[in-house]
Design a binder for this molecule. Structure first.
Ligand SMILES: C[S@@+](CC[C@H](N)C(=O)[O-])C[C@H]1O[C@@H](n2cnc3c(N)ncnc32)[C@H](O)[C@@H]1O
Length: 184
């Protein structure tokens, strides 16, 4: 990992509000999953200040891929832009400012990895918008499924009972639901 990325991650871990930032081990695990899957196109819903975006961009720098990061709040999108610049990872990320439910419908590329960290009531919608562009082996990681178990119960029930998916809750950080598409 380059020093600029290391320093930017450390700065965010020190300064950013802990409740809005992804748990560091979860973010590293997400990045490792993306690299293991050799993910070329990764989509993120909810960049916040860009902490998880940096970890995905790092994975993209390893796989030769790219990240499309969605953020509805213009100030947060700007913070993500600034943090990517600090970490020298701007070239790996396209930021889609606006509501992911709209911006992602305008895209057509196949998606290898989807990371969901937006508002709790919409996880299934984000999933459905991207699902039609996922191939067998494509992976979905959803954050906070343990910390917000009740809010996200409909989502976890949905992916765990879907006939074309395998899904497991990983009790790391605030809880990650890791889902893989196994059939069409
Ligand atoms: C918990 S924060 C994301 C934290 C970030 N993933 C990280 O680890 O640093 C959730 C973010 O989702 C964004 N968000 C909520 N609803 C959204 C939507 N419909 N489309 C895009 N972004 C959304 C919020 O503005 C907020 O910045």
């Amino acid at each position: 990992m380059e020093q600029e990325l290391f320093d930017t991650l450390a700065e965010l871990e020190m300064k950013a509000a802990k409740d809005s930032l992804m748990d560091p081990d979860s973010a590293k695990f997400l990045s490792i999953l993306a690299i293991t899957n050799k993910a070329k196109l990764m989509v993120e819903v909810g960049s916040g200040v860009g902490y998880s975006t940096l970890w995905l961009a790092y994975a993209a720098s390893v796989t030769g891929g790219k990240v499309i990061s969605c953020e509805i709040d213009p100030a947060q999108a700007e913070a993500t832009r600034a943090n990517l610049a600090k970490a020298n990872l701007t070239d790996y990320v396209e930021i889609l400012a606006g509501d992911a439910r709209t911006t992602l419908r305008q895209r057509t590329e196949p998606v290898d990895l989807l990371f969901i960290d937006g508002d709790y009531g919409q996880y299934e919608t984000y999933f459905d918008v991207v699902y039609k562009r996922m191939n067998i082996g494509s992976t979905v990681v959803a954050d906070k499924v343990v910390a917000h178990e009740n809010d996200l119960a409909d989502y976890t029930t949905y992916v765990q009972n879907h006939p074309n998916l395998e899904s497991v809750t990983v009790p790391l950080g605030q809880g990650l639901e890791v889902t893989v598409k196994i059939s069409e």
